[in-house]
Design a protein. Structure first.
Length: 284
């Protein structure tokens, strides 16, 4: 039984899966396996994945298309390592990823890292190169998703307790973060960039209707409402907001910012103001 399983769902990734696999293998510790789930029928991606010959690689080809979330759940249920990581089939794993994340796992149940966005004619640029505590991640979640899902490293039991990937969702990572926090698990984001995250014209999050589908997703709605209530921030919806549509006064946002560490507050303030609809304070 390896200590770490890296799960890589792959669909229509014939041009990128091989480089994603090789970069992941270079970063992986010896006591680890890389499980590539080709969501078929996809002969091109399967051929590319099988060109990587390494004893740590397991390639599984699904004869029918099950979807990314179902592939992740099946891989989770059919492996037995203590730790589980995710990697996308079109991203690049940076060489120090697991060294950084495994060290951070001493103090957390889920670890994610920063990323460098590249591709689709964009100038490569890093995400926020600062750490986030579990409390700060939780404070941000009613406003935005501050974590790169492909950078995830987690304790298997944490994922199982949160029922991760058991139900299809337009934002399965957001649902996972919230359900893990509701269970009392801790999430840490490292300051170090650990993946290069590819931006492409065909990615799901870039679709014109993606935000609408996220807002209308019943799992997202359940998680959002439960987390806002747990934080004591029901005013985000009482003000006239809805799921993934926070509405707040400037003073209410500043109260949230004040709950973060001083060095994190400028980033928090930018994210909250960017993603919330501001309303005037009620008249006295």
């Amino acid at each position: 039984m390896p200590r770490l399983t890296v799960i890589m769902p792959a669909y229509r990734a014939g041009a990128t899966v091989e480089s994603a696999m090789r970069s992941t293998l270079r970063a992986m510790p010896r006591d680890a396996e890389l499980v590539v789930s080709v969501d078929g029928p996809d002969a091109e991606t399967e051929r590319a994945a099988r060109r990587v010959t390494d004893r740590r690689v397991v390639v599984r080809a699904n004869p029918v298309n099950r979807g990314t979330v179902a592939c992740m759940r099946h891989a989770l249920e059919t492996t037995d390592s203590e730790l589980v990581a995710k990697m996308d089939a079109d991203d690049v794993c940076l060489p120090w990823r697991f060294r950084v994340e495994l060290a951070a796992m001493q103090h957390a149940d889920i670890v994610c890292g920063s990323g460098i966005r590249f591709g689709h004619r964009a100038v490569p640029r890093p995400s926020y190169l600062g750490s986030l505590t579990s409390k700060e991640v939780g404070l941000l979640l009613p406003f935005t998703n501050p974590l790169f899902h492909p950078s995830l490293l987690a304790r298997r039991q944490t994922l199982l307790d949160a029922n991760a990937y058991a139900t299809p969702s337009a934002a399965e990572d957001y649902v996972l973060w919230v359900d893990a926090l509701l269970n009392g698990s801790t999430i840490h984001k490292t300051a170090t960039a650990v993946i290069a995250y590819r931006i492409s014209a065909n990615q799901i999050s870039g679709a014109p209707d993606y935000l609408r589908r996220v807002k209308d997703d019943p799992q997202v709605d359940r998680a959002y409402r439960a987390w806002v209530e747990a934080l004591g921030m029901s005013w985000l919806m009482d003000n006239g907001g809805g799921t993934m549509h926070p509405v707040a006064t400037r003073a209410q946002l500043e109260d949230v910012v004040a709950r973060a560490r001083p060095r994190t507050r400028p980033y928090m303030r930018r994210q909250l103001r960017r993603n919330a609809t501001l309303i005037p304070a009620p008249a006295c």
